[in-house]
Design a protein around this ligand. Structure first.
Ligand code: GDP
Ligand code: MG
Length: 162
């Protein structure tokens, strides 16, 4: 079974996206950053096809504790196992330095990467996606996990690529 791993810096909406894609409320969604410590896994079915979806904690490259390092290792493992990586960024905050670091990290992995620009809560906000083009990822999906916008298109694209 192919694995799809959701990554991104803290608080961009990875867990809410995870919940939307599997339409279940099993991942922790909180207002504070870095809440999801453990990997969370769900199976998503569409017709005869099935994939394994993995949510991860917020990605970081500066380690202040053994826990930070262990979270990083866990995310790295989930990326290595992935067939497709959903790299989530925050369309309201805009391009963040950590997004660039993550993009660079993913490039070295040679995986299919879909750039998911979350928090595009209104169609007018799609212009906020433009600056993320400099991350050099071809496939960009504007979505709103909170308002369930663009999720169906994303899921269809994922399944069409498996
Ligand atoms: P994670 O740390 O990346 O897993 O992010 P969470 O899923 O826990 O969400 C972090 C915060 O962003 C929460 O307060 C969510 O309600 C909020 N959030 C997530 N998706 C959206 C969205 O599409 N639009 C808006 N406006 N807020 C969102
Ligand atoms: Mg989370």
């Amino acid at each position: 079974m192919k694995i799809v791993t959701i990554v991104g810096r803290p608080n961009v909406g990875k867990s809410l996206l995870f919940n939307r894609i599997c339409s279940k409320d099993i991942s922790l969604v909180y207002d504070s950053a870095g809440v999801t410590r453990d990997r969370i896994i769900s199976f998503v079915k569409k017709g005869q096809r099935e994939l394994m979806l993995i949510d991860t904690g917020g990605m970081s490259f500066d380690f202040h504790s053994p826990l930070d390092k262990s979270i990083h290792d866990q995310i790295n493992g989930a990326i290595n196992e992935a067939y497709i990586v959903l790299f989530v960024v925050d369309g309201r905050v805009g391009l963040h330095p950590l997004d660039k670091e993550i993009a660079k990290f993913l490039k070295e992995k040679n995986k299919f990467v879909f750039l998911v620009v979350n928090k595009i809560d209104q169609p007018e906000m799609e212009q906020f996606c433009a600056e993320f083009a400099q991350l050099g990822i071809e496939e960009i999906f504007p979505v709103s996990a909170a308002h369930n916008l663009g999720i169906q298109e994303l899921v269809e694209k994922i399944f069409s690529r498996l």
